[in-house]
Design a protein around this ligand. Structure first.
Ligand SMILES: Cc1cc2nc3c(=O)[nH]c(=O)nc-3n(C[C@H](O)[C@H](O)[C@H](O)COP(=O)(O)O)c2cc1C
Length: 178
């Protein structure tokens, strides 16, 4: 699929059709994510993939607030995204600048964008969710304490009728050309 088409088609989906996503597709998404640029190639992004139908249901019911449960009730996988703290943006345990672990989050965001773009290319849809109970996520997935839990990405196939993609500001409102 043409890159411009990927940009246009990708949107947050809050109505899935229940079709099962395969492990192979999730692996292709993660492989694409790994191609992202990142701080000194430090590779601190981590992915926990919940795929089996019983675990997907349990995960949805325990870690998501009700509106995110509803939006993803027919999604068939969740990817929990984390990064290893105090590495990206750090040298020998000391932050290289004021951003600190913001660089780990930055790297992970770049990865996650490629992951979602690859999903679109494969005909799969996603919803990134920042609202979740991170303590319950840590217990559910056994996430070690040196990792920062960030988003949960619901994965599935879009239903026939979905809301339109929300409008964006004008380029002039967000950019300065100097
Ligand atoms: C870091 C982050 C957290 C988000 N958290 C949620 C969430 O908890 N629930 C939700 O429905 N959408 C969530 N979204 C999706 C945004 O609302 C959505 O990307 C934005 O409105 C633009 O719409 P689009 O993705 O369709 O272009 C999140 C997106 C990002 C990048």
């Amino acid at each position: 699929m043409d890159f411009q088409k990927v940009i246009e088609i990708r949107q947050s989906i809050r109505k899935f059709n229940g079709e099962q996503v395969s492990e192979d597709i999730i692996r292709q998404m993660i492989s694409a994510a790994q191609a992202a640029p990142l701080w000194k190639n430090s590779q601190t992004s981590r992915y926990y993939c919940v795929l089996s139908p019983d675990q997907v249901e349990k995960f949805r019911d325990t870690v998501l607030p009700s509106f995110n449960q509803n939006s993803t009730k027919d999604a068939t996988a969740y990817i929990i995204t984390t990064f290893k703290k105090d590495i990206s943006g750090f040298t020998n345990g000391t932050a290289d600048n004021e951003v600190g672990n913001g660089w780990g989050a930055y790297d992970l965001g770049l990865h996650d964008m490629l992951l979602c773009a690859k999903a679109t290319e494969l005909g799969v849809d996603t919803l990134i969710m920042g609202l979740r109970d991170s303590k319950v996520v840590a217990d559910f997935c056994n996430v070690p304490e040196d990792e920062q839990i960030m988003s949960i990405i619901a994965v599935g196939y879009r239903a026939d009728s979905i809301s339109p993609k929300p409008a964006r500001k004008a380029i002039e409102d967000i950019s300065k050309f100097i």
